[in-house]
Design a protein. Structure first.
Length: 357
């Protein structure tokens, strides 16, 4: 028994790694190990012999297991020390630079527009991008012969043979949201409707999918004067100027009467737009007083209520404010474009225009 003890304790002390240590464990206390086989022989001994050999073998087994555990811990500590000596990290060195994601200009400008109109009491309303022909055209007083309803200008959804449901289109403006909101909330009302719209057009200033924001305000005594004030406040806040001159030009839209295109006084110096000064004029949006038929389609009595509406392209005003030359670049540019025109996540629009960090 003493020979076994000396044999294995010496071998354990000299083990060079955990693999050699595991081999020693199997040889000594494994199922077929020497000490395990000795313990099986206890059944052949007399009671007197078992009283002497049993405790001695158990004590030997415990001592070998303790030596194995201690050596395993020592080998682990030694391996960790060696790794720490070979692998070190200088925590005083600066971290590796990592590129941060940026916000797309359209998303940024949408947030700016929403914040500015929120300060004037406008809530945000939303609606489906696939609209019925009625919501997209009829409810907005757009006649059946209007060019916008031609298939060459509007994306109509596919209809299988025998499908007699009314036509549906990819909405050509966010004006259907005005009808849905009037039907759901009634009057008075003050909302903007930003979102994607679709038209079959593609050139430097037009794309098949783009973004619009439309505004709607309905009350008892709302007039064109209220519309003018709202648009002036918006332009000053969005373009970050103290004063701006707007020009309202008589126009025609089926859903407003009277209707007006809105221009801003500006100048172009070195290809850079400056709003509020100069001798040039730039058209930025369309507007007018809501047509009585549109109010009726929204279940609002035009004899008691009146209001104004306006609409502008988010992509267009983003191009004007941030000097983006081609509308198509919003959709087909690579990451280098986004790094140039994108906004950091901390560029948060303030309620009075501009960005704050």
């Amino acid at each position: 028994m003493n020979n076994l003890r000396d044999k294995y304790l010496t071998a354990i002390a000299n083990a060079g790694d955990e693999s050699a240590l595991e081999d020693l464990r199997v040889q000594a206390v494994g199922k077929k190990g020497e000490i395990s086989l000795k313990m099986r022989e206890l059944g052949k001994m007399t009671p007197e012999e078992r009283q002497v050999a049993g405790p001695a073998l158990n004590a030997l087994k415990d001592e070998i297991n303790s030596a194995l555990a201690a050596k395993k811990e020592a080998l682990g500590d030694a391996a960790l020390d060696a790794r720490l000596r070979g692998e070190w990290l200088d925590v005083t060195l600066p971290g590796r630079p990592r590129r941060q994601g940026t916000i797309h200009p359209v998303s940024q400008v949408t947030e700016e527009v929403t914040a500015i109109f929120a300060d004037m009491g406008f809530a945000v309303a939303e609606g489906p991008q696939i609209e019925s022909d009625w919501y997209n055209f009829d409810a907005l007083n757009i006649p059946g012969h209007h060019p916008a309803r031609a298939e060459m200008d509007t994306f109509y959804t596919h209809r299988s043979d025998g499908d007699d449901r009314p036509p549906h289109v990819l909405r050509t403006h966010t004006s259907p949201v005005q009808i849905r909101t009037m039907q759901a909330e009634g009057a008075p009302i003050r909302v903007i409707a930003p979102g994607r719209v679709y038209r079959a057009d593609y050139d430097q200033t037009h794309t098949p999918m783009f973004h619009q924001v439309e505004g709607l305000a309905i009350g008892r005594d709302i007039s064109m004067a209220n519309l003018k004030w709202v648009l002036e406040e918006f332009v000053k806040a969005f373009f970050e100027v103290d004063d701006v001159e707007l020009r309202f030009r008589a126009s025609h839209f089926p859903f407003t009467e009277p209707s007006a295109e809105v221009d801003i006084r500006c100048s172009w110096e070195g290809g850079t737009l400056k709003v509020g000064e100069g001798d040039d004029w730039l058209e930025i949006l369309g507007s007018g007083m809501v047509h009585p038929r549109v109010l009726e389609a929204g279940n609002i009595d035009p004899n008691k209520w009146q209001g104004f509406a306006f609409g502008m392209g988010i992509d267009r005003i983003a191009m004007l404010k941030y000097g983006i030359p081609d509308l198509r670049a919003f959709f087909d540019s690579d990451l280098r474009w986004l790094r140039h025109y994108g906004f950091a996540s901390l560029d948060v629009p303030t309620l009075h225009g501009g960005l704050s960090r």
